[in-house]
Design a protein around this ligand. Structure first.
Ligand code: UDP
Ligand code: MG
Length: 206
């Protein structure tokens, strides 16, 4: 892996498999030129789910609660009436329980994608956490209209199809949690070896 490259963990949540969207999602990452360096189907245990969504990462738990609160504010919904609290951390803990239940409900596809700025590029392709706010053309925006409000009403996590590492620190932790070193492979993609692609890259043209 060269210095400009990063790796990101992507997990296709169980509803992506039940909806038959696995190929569609993978195609989008392949199309932009990212390299798939690890892939497997996993029935996630409660133990793995707990480590993947760590209760000890307060800013992550609070972040989920804040997303719910923002969504409620936009819709004019009172969090205390709906959930019994307006505290972001308490709401985050509730959401996390539903999230663990969702990710363990059926098999997932776990993948490691590699490329320059892979983490940011993947987040761009995936779109906003709330599909109702995700731009058209993104995976979440194109295949769902779910929101915190709808999900919380049903006492479930938002069905936004996919998990993607949020930053470099998260990516490193998550990849080591899901993949052994020998499950990650190296090979050149066409654009790295094809002389015409290289010429085009050098000229900075498409
Ligand atoms: N989530 C939810 N309700 C919320 C916020 C988050 O169900 O109000 C779920 C959603 O499935 C999301 C996951 O929690 O993908 C992790 O939240 P995070 O803030 O890390 O969003 P992501 O990084 O997945 O965009
Ligand atoms: Mg996240």
């Amino acid at each position: 892996m060269n210095k400009l490259e990063e790796r990101s963990l992507v997990v296709l949540k169980p509803h992506t498999l039940t909806r038959g969207l696995v190929g569609e999602v993978i195609r989008r990452f392949e199309n932009v030129g990212l390299k798939l360096v690890g892939i497997k189907m996993v029935q996630v245990s409660k133990e793995l789910a707990d480590k993947h969504y760590p209760l000890s990462r307060r800013e992550f738990i609070e972040g989920m609660g804040k997303k719910t609160l923002e969504n409620y504010a936009q819709l004019g919904v009172d969090p205390v009436k709906e959930l019994g609290t307006a505290d972001a951390y308490e709401i985050g803990k509730l959401v996390r329980q539903w999230l663990v239940r969702m990710i363990t409900a059926g098999p997932v596809i776990a993948m490691v994608w590699q490329g320059p700025s892979a983490i940011e590029v993947i987040r761009k392709i995936v779109g906003h956490t709330l599909p109702s706010k995700a731009a058209p053309g993104t995976i979440r925006g194109d295949f769902s209209y779910d929101s915190s409000y709808l999900a919380n009403k049903g006492k479930r996590a938002i069905k936004n199809l996919i998990h993607a590492s949020g930053n470099l620190e998260e990516a490193k932790y998550e990849i080591s949690l899901w993949f052994k070193d020998e499950e990650i492979y190296q090979y050149p993609r066409d654009m790295e070896t094809n002389p015409i692609s290289q010429l085009v890259d050098q000229n900075g043209r498409d």
